[in-house]
Write a protein that binds this ligand. Structure first.
Ligand code: SF4
Ligand code: SF4
Length: 312
């Protein structure tokens, strides 16, 4: 097979494996993206996420992760569901309803890479990633033509919206590369206007993570500042608001992944049940879910803060 045929085969195999879409970028240093990342770090927008400052060389050059890397295969895996908590209750970001996506997707990536290698080149080398190593996932997805980086800073696919996980296979296989698409945000400012904590820059395309509900409820172990507690909109783990308002998400379709089904009926819990959540119930309900990342103590503190804030 020539590189174009190999790329076409990989994409069709990715779809057969359940991925929503796939694109391929040339593995090269992310020079422009590096400048943007460094400017963002200088502003201190990463807050307590000091890991963002580490491994910068690997983060911007795929050859630092896979010697001789030639291609970055970027993949999207749908997690959208219209299921919502009972009205008036507390909210968890949709991506965290089911089993931890790192585990679910790693298995799929391993199987996909094995079939690529067997079919195309048994000696090929690769590593695969799901939000787990210094890989600039959204930037690679944009380069691979999966979509554009919207004003909410997320990768938006013109046919599928943004409710999907990104994953990558970095390989030394030579393939045919996709072209990036253009920015379809236009004059829309819905995400900027809807963000309750004004975490998105007034002109978009930049996020002060320290103000973002996802950061406040997951990344930092500090208490949620008084000024933000009023604006949590009932979210106790992550936040979906800037995705829910994005017009491109009218194209989202429910996922078909059984592992992403909500566990233990927590969508039907009322606020009282959330307040009474004890450690063993937390382990039983969220032991295999991304919510485990926050930990029981942090989640309980967040529940207390959000209840005190009262809104949502
Ligand atoms: S996830 Fe929520 S808090 Fe964060 S930028 Fe989007 S709307 Fe704002
Ligand atoms: S809500 Fe509008 S501005 Fe924001 S990412 Fe979506 S299209 Fe772009």
């Amino acid at each position: 097979m020539n590189p174009a045929e190999k790329s076409a085969w990989i994409k069709s195999e990715a779809l057969k494996s359940g991925f929503l879409t796939a694109g391929i970028a040339r593995a090269e240093p992310l020079n422009e993206e590096q400048k943007q990342l460094e400017a963002w770090l200088r502003k201190g927008y990463q807050g307590d996420m000091s890991y963002m400052e580490r491994n910068l060389d690997k983060r911007v050059d795929p050859a630092g992760l896979v010697p001789g890397a030639k291609s970055v295969i970027s993949l999207a895996y749908n997690y959208y569901t219209p299921d919502r908590p009972v009205p008036g209750s507390l909210k968890i970001s949709t991506y965290a309803y089911g089993r931890d996506y790192h585990k679910v997707l790693k298995k799929k990536l391993k199987a996909l890479w094995n079939s690529i290698r067997m079919q195309l080149s048994p000696d090929a080398q690769a590593r695969y990633f799901v939000d787990s190593a210094p890989v600039m996932e959204r930037q690679w997805a944009a380069r691979a033509g999966l979509g554009w980086l919207g004003k909410n800073t997320l990768l938006i696919h013109p046919g599928h919206g943004s409710f999907f996980f990104l994953a990558e296979i970095i390989t030394d296989l030579e393939l045919e590369y996709d072209e990036p698409t253009w920015d379809h945000c236009g004059t829309c400012t819905r995400c900027i206007d809807a963000c309750p904590t004004q975490a998105i820059a007034p002109a978009g395309y930049e996020l002060d993570a320290r103000r973002c509900i996802s950061y406040l409820t997951i990344e930092t172990q500090n208490d949620i500042p008084e000024e933000q507690v009023q604006h949590m909109e009932g979210y106790i783990f992550g936040c979906d608001i800037c995705q829910q308002v994005c017009p491109w998400n009218r194209f989202s379709r429910p996922h078909e992944e059984p592992e992403f089904e909500p566990g233990n009926d927590f969508l039907n819990w009322n606020r009282d049940q959330w307040i009474k959540l004890d450690e063993s119930q937390f382990a039983e309900t969220f032991g295999h879910s991304p919510v485990r990342r926050a930990g029981y103590d942090k989640l309980k503190r967040t529940i207390g803060s959000v209840m005190k804030g009262g809104k949502g």
